[in-house]
Design a binder for this molecule. Structure first.
Ligand code: GDP
Ligand code: CA
Length: 314
């Protein structure tokens, strides 16, 4: 066994645990795979929201209040755009804009997203590797009572209000998972694979939908550990619980366990969420999964690694 840990993550919830892991692991031992199903082109700019949340969080540049975007942000660009009658439903801060401009021109020059992301990571002094799940486009779209909606149209413009009947991950079936993380999964004796407490339907499922990923996780020798994004059947933020209910899934720890069945060895849940009847093929672990402070993030990361090491030692 070496000390390398592979974490699958969306944006805000996933990045909290990714930061905890980055802080308790030795430098360079963490690779975070970022969902890119939320990516889109807006005002001509290539935007990768979950990649950016991970980058800003791991660089210590995330806004602590909003949970997304750059800290000490200013909004001069948005104000000027509004005066010109431009589209302002997706907020782009002045500092954040630099990221999108730099990414857009590098992609246009032929650099793959993984190379652009790695370049940005090095510029910002992040020790962990951040790997977009694929260099090929995957676009999450939602079938709703208002028809099929692009992800950001549903999530930001319509504030997750339309009732969802189904989700498609367009392009996932032909997209190749980025080599940087699939190779780790296949070749390295990893310490653990961690499924962060991200939205299972919008953040983790796009990653799992890529060819070969589910099979690679099921076959992986390292312990695969998931952390529930729900506490008491509620999401801390965002539509996770509602979306699970709308799609006929149990919005609770049991529903999370069910989604990841066959892939995970253990699930960390809030002590109050231990179901009486639980799936026997995974280990259920009660842990403090609420991450308000930096210390909470480190403690949860420690609990995840302890579970992995215990399972690997069996
Ligand atoms: P997004 O891409 O920005 O929507 O973020 P993610 O998909 O990574 O995370 C959204 C999920 O994070 C929601 O389901 C939240 O309930 C969950 N979440 C946010 N904060 C916490 C926390 O402190 N602990 C846990 N366990 N989950 C959290
Ligand atoms: Ca996201």
């Amino acid at each position: 066994m070496n000390g390398r840990v592979l974490a699958l993550s969306g944006g805000v919830g996933g990045a909290k645990l990714a930061l905890g892991l980055a802080r308790v692991l030795d430098a360079g031992q963490l690779t975070v795979v970022a969902n890119t199903g939320d990516d889109f082109v807006h005002l001509g700019l290539s935007i990768s929201p979950d990649v950016d949340t991970l980058v800003y969080t791991l660089a210590g540049l995330a806004d602590p209040e909003r949970g997304w975007g750059h800290r000490e942000e200013t909004w001069g660009f948005m104000e000027a755009l509004a005066r010109l009658g431009g589209e302002t439903w997706f907020r782009l801060g002045d500092r954040d804009l630099a990221m999108h401009v730099e990414r857009t021109h590098r992609l246009a020059a032929g650099e793959p997203l993984s190379a652009v992301t790695d370049h940005v990571r090095r510029c910002l002094g992040i020790a962990a590797a951040i790997v977009p799940m694929s260099d090929d486009p995957v676009r999450t779209r939602l079938d709703t009572e208002c028809g099929r909606l692009d992800f950001q149209d549903y999530f930001v413009r319509r504030r997750c209000e339309p009732v969802v009947r189904g989700i498609v991950y367009q392009g996932a079936e032909t997209a190749r998972p980025a080599q940087a993380w699939m190779q780790l999964l296949a070749d390295e004796p990893l310490r653990a694979v961690v499924i962060c407490p991200s939205n299972p339907l919008l953040s983790i499922e796009p990653i799992l939908a890529l060819p070969g990923v589910r099979a690679a996780l099921a076959a992986c020798a390292a312990p695969v550990i998931a952390v529930s994004p729900l506490i008491g059947g509620q999401a801390l933020k965002g539509p996770t619980a509602r979306l699970m209910r709308e799609l006929g899934e149990e919005a609770g720890a049991g529903g999370i366990a069910h989604r990841y069945a066959g892939m995970i060895d253990a699930l960390l849940v809030d002590a109050g969420d231990m179901p009486a009847a639980r799936q026997a093929d995974i280990e259920w672990i009660a842990a403090p999964i609420l991450m308000d402070t930096l210390r909470d993030r480190e403690l949860l990361a420690g609990a995840v690694l302890a579970a992995a090491d215990r399972i690997a030692g069996r």
